[in-house]
Design a binder for this molecule. Structure first.
Ligand SMILES: *Cc1c(COP(=O)(O)O)cnc(C)c1O
Length: 341
């Protein structure tokens, strides 16, 4: 496979169209066969359900080249089932999970020239998404949908290594109890944009959202779950019905327990406890783990003992083990790696 002539070490985290994308259409109660197309543009009704009432959800995963030269994906079955959950919550038709997996493989295979080489730090980001495409003016679910997958090569999320970040406790809420916080809906992101622009303007890298009902418990950030390490070496991750179930977080819990012999607690985490933790990180597909060095709660600073220079030692072990599994130099649990080529 001849790779595209791209400066892999210097691409950012942006959109660069690849050659092929997958499209399937839902009409009259059924999905069509779908297939790969060339055109990156979409033409839909000015009154499409997605444009008027934000009926859309998405997924995010990566394909990459392992040390021994295979092109693989990490746990795409979990993206398939999570997208099915998102669709059910938004009254959208589920794109069958087996077909989702076949479509992911087909798009990556058709764009192998865009899968960055091993060691470049870059990966191929895969974006499955679905939206209501026919005209909807009275408020109701659309009758027609498109399911699409595009891919785009992306650079390492952190150029020059992951420096600890500073986050603030947000006065804005991300997701209501019993709302849409646990699904990957575009609407959760639309309303986080003001909060993140405001955070950046005030010198913070991210928002820590607390539970909106009591403002006493840690939920997550706009696009990543929290992990905490206790002073006695336990992994603690917040549990709530309005947190998006991160695949990275679920994988890290498994790695902590089965590879690093750590105790793992998935439970409610009170903000009052945060000052007692040894390490803190944000986890998600894009960066795997971003270490948090400082948390600011309305002027009161919590400085994690791991400091502002580098990842804490336990976070580092978790990061190295999970990325080692992904890149193929540590043996993966059964079913975690899907080989594409
Ligand atoms: C996608 C997402 C995450 C991270 O999930 P991964 O499956 O680990 O990529 C975390 N929080 C929110 C709100 C998300 O949308």
């Amino acid at each position: 496979m001849k790779k595209k002539n791209i400066d892999w070490g210097n691409i950012g985290f942006g959109y660069m169209p690849a050659d092929k994308r997958f499209v399937a259409n839902y009409k009259d109660g059924a999905w069509d066969e779908g297939g790969l197309i060339d055109d990156p543009m979409i033409t839909i009704s000015e009154c499409a359900g997605v444009l008027q009432y934000a009926q859309t959800c998405f997924e995010g995963l990566k394909a990459y080249t392992t040390e021994d030269g295979r092109t693989v994906c990490f746990r795409p079955d979990l993206n398939a089932s999570r997208m099915a959950d998102s669709c059910r919550a938004l009254e959208m038709p589920v794109f069958p999970e087996d077909r989702f997996l076949e479509a992911v493989k087909a798009v990556v295979k058709a764009n192998l020239a865009y899968v960055p080489p091993f060691g470049s730090g870059a990966t191929l980001y895969i974006r499955p998404y679905m939206f209501g495409s026919n005209a909807v003016i009275g408020v109701k679910p659309a009758d027609e949908y498109q399911f699409r997958i595009f891919v785009t090569p992306v650079g390492p999320y952190f150029k020059g290594g992951a420096k600890p970040i500073t986050i603030r406790v947000s006065d804005f809420d991300r997701a209501a109890p019993h709302g849409t916080g646990n699904i990957k809906a575009g609407l959760n992101y639309a309303m986080s944009l003001h909060a993140i622009v405001d955070a950046h303007a005030k010198g913070f890298d991210e928002n820590m959202y607390l539970d909106p009902q009591t403002r006493t418990k840690v939920e997550e950030t706009g696009g990543a779950n929290f992990i905490f390490i206790t002073k006695d070496n336990k992994l603690v991750t917040p549990k709530s019905d309005s947190i998006l179930p991160s695949i990275t977080r679920r994988s890290l819990m498994y790695v902590a327990e089965h590879y690093l012999n750590m105790e793992v607690e998935h439970r409610e985490v009170f903000f009052d406890e945060v000052k007692d933790f040894a390490e803190c990180g944000l986890c998600g597909t894009a960066a795997v783990i971003s270490p948090v060095g400082k948390i600011v709660d309305h002027g009161k600073e919590i400085c994690l003992p791991s400091g502002m220079e580098e990842m804490g030692p336990v976070t580092r072990k978790l990061y190295d083990t999970l990325t080692g599994i992904q890149m193929g130099h540590i043996e993966a649990p059964e079913g975690w790696i899907t080989v594409i080529d």
